[in-house]
Design a protein around this ligand. Structure first.
Ligand code: MN
Ligand code: MN
Length: 464
């Protein structure tokens, strides 16, 4: 080997680029792949926030967690959870340090973009029965036509009974879909801007085409659909007003690539951080700081509503923890550290123009630390301090976690937000950390297994 020149040595010492994990640490490939088997199961079990809460509670109970009781007293290592209205969840492992030294908060969200049924959804037109929808969160509407969809959700009946509905996930189930024009007749539609390729009121779900067999009935196809729903779930048309029904891609999580290095699935934003946060939470034995792992709802619509982080449910939970310890909650909050765990946009070589290469996240380079989100001059962003960045980078590097830094796209190319600013609002040091994702918010998002694994490792280090 030839001796390095002074400049080469200096370059090595002074410059920095984030390595490809597969090259730098190939032994992680198998570990990551193994870890992601559980992740894929989690994705398949939870396609709505309610289903994610159920799946998480099942995992937590198995790991020895009990419902949080604010009148109880807890020891380091004790594990509790709290469910907010079946749609959001907080889990805690009590730490060794006094609460006044702060808690470690890890907040991910379990709602994902989708098509929600309107309150009065069912109609018949030209002898086909449809559901009307209103999309939830940021979707590119044209991506939701002509793909198989499943219905998930709940109906609360007049007698108070809650009926869980899920059609389209079992191999023997029928699925549903939004239609689109054939190319032969789409000349005029092709002139529309892409955002209107399919319009909001065109996202109608085909649910049936056979009539109810009786003479002189008005809308017999609608009646047929209703009678089948009534047969299966004992519900009537009026029950839709007491329902939350969501259309999601009827596709299971799959390995992607000849090397199976990636995962393709619906809802990885942000269930990838939910799963990695949850498994790190369960792995915490007697952490230094008490943990507060949050799986929240409503992030995709701006965190409003009482199951979203704009509500005070997390503050109230931490108030309960402080109350138990007999310390002022403000002392707990100002010394706390939070990872707002959410995905970021991975650099896509097919669409380089919307990224700034030096400040983008790349798949296979580890979890991405996002100092700020927002748009138009960081507006609406938490913008983590240098001190917070230093703390979190220090925690990760001590445990050999592969991490990278990234912005959400080039300046003024667009933008977005996370729950970071809402946790920071409580006077908590907060920064965004998560998994880089390709095709984010599409029905089939891509993540790299090495990134998922290193995000889990980052969360584990955070809860040490
Ligand atoms: Mn997200
Ligand atoms: Mn999102």
């Amino acid at each position: 080997m030839s001796k390095k020149t002074k400049a080469q040595e200096l370059q090595e010492q002074l410059t920095w680029t984030f390595p490809h994990i597969g090259k730098d640490s190939p032994e992680q490939i198998e570990k990551a792949s193994k870890y992601c088997e559980g992740y894929k199961e989690f994705l398949n079990a939870g396609k709505t926030e309610r289903e994610c809460v159920k799946a998480a509670v099942k995992m937590l109970k198995k790991a020895g967690y009990r419902p949080f009781d604010r009148n109880a007293s807890y020891e380091p290592g004790d594990k509790v959870y709290y469910v907010n209205r079946g749609k959001a969840l907080i889990a805690t492992t009590f730490g060794k340090k006094p609460l006044t030294e702060g808690v470690r908060i890890n907040g991910a969200h379990i709602d994902s973009p989708r098509l929600d049924l309107k309150p009065n959804p069912l109609y018949e037109k030209d002898e086909i029965a449809f559901f009307k929808t209103h999309y939830y969160g940021g979707i590119r509407k044209y991506q939701w036509g002509t793909i198989p969809l499943a219905i998930h959700g709940v109906v609360v009946k007049k007698n108070g009974e809650t009926v869980d509905i899920c059609i389209g996930e079992d191999e023997t189930d029928p699925v549903f879909c939004v239609t689109d024009l054939l190319p032969h007749l789409s000349a005029k539609q092709n002139e529309r801007p892409l955002k209107d390729g399919l319009k909001g009121e065109e996202l109608n779900i085909v649910i049936g085409s056979l009539p109810y067999q009786e003479e002189d009935i008005k809308e017999p196809v609608k009646l047929m659909a209703l009678s089948l729903l009534n047969e299966r779930y004992k519900i009537t048309e009026k029950d839709f007003f007491r329902a939350e029904l969501e259309l999601v891609p009827a596709v299971k999580a799959r390995d992607v690539g000849l090397d199976a290095s990636m995962i393709g699935a619906y809802g990885q934003d942000d269930r990838v951080c939910a799963y990695t946060a949850l498994t790190a939470e369960m792995d915490a034995k007697k952490p230094a700081h008490t943990t507060v792992t949050i799986l929240t709802d409503k992030e995709e619509t701006g965190s409003d509503g009482n199951t979203g982080l704009n509500s005070d449910y997390v503050l109230h939970y931490i108030e309960d923890l402080a109350g138990q310890a007999g310390v002022p909650v403000r002392d707990v909050l100002r010394n706390s550290l939070c990872l707002s765990s959410d995905v970021n946009a991975a650099y896509d070589p097919t669409f380089p123009d919307v990224y700034e290469g030096r400040n983008s996240s790349y798949i296979n380079k580890g979890c991405v630390l996002t100092k700020y989100t927002g748009a138009r001059g960081k507006s609406g962003s938490n913008d983590a301090s240098a001190e917070t960045m230093a703390k979190v980078i220090g925690i990760m590097e001590e445990e050999g976690v592969y991490w990278q830094a990234g912005e959400l796209g080039a300046v003024d190319a667009g933008g977005g937000g996370t729950i970071a600013k809402l946790v920071a609002h409580m006077n908590v040091d907060t920064v965004d950390l998560g998994v880089p994702i390709l095709s984010m918010h599409s029905p089939f998002e891509l993540s790299s297994k090495l990134d998922v694994y290193n995000t889990y490792k980052a969360f584990k280090a955070f809860y040490k």
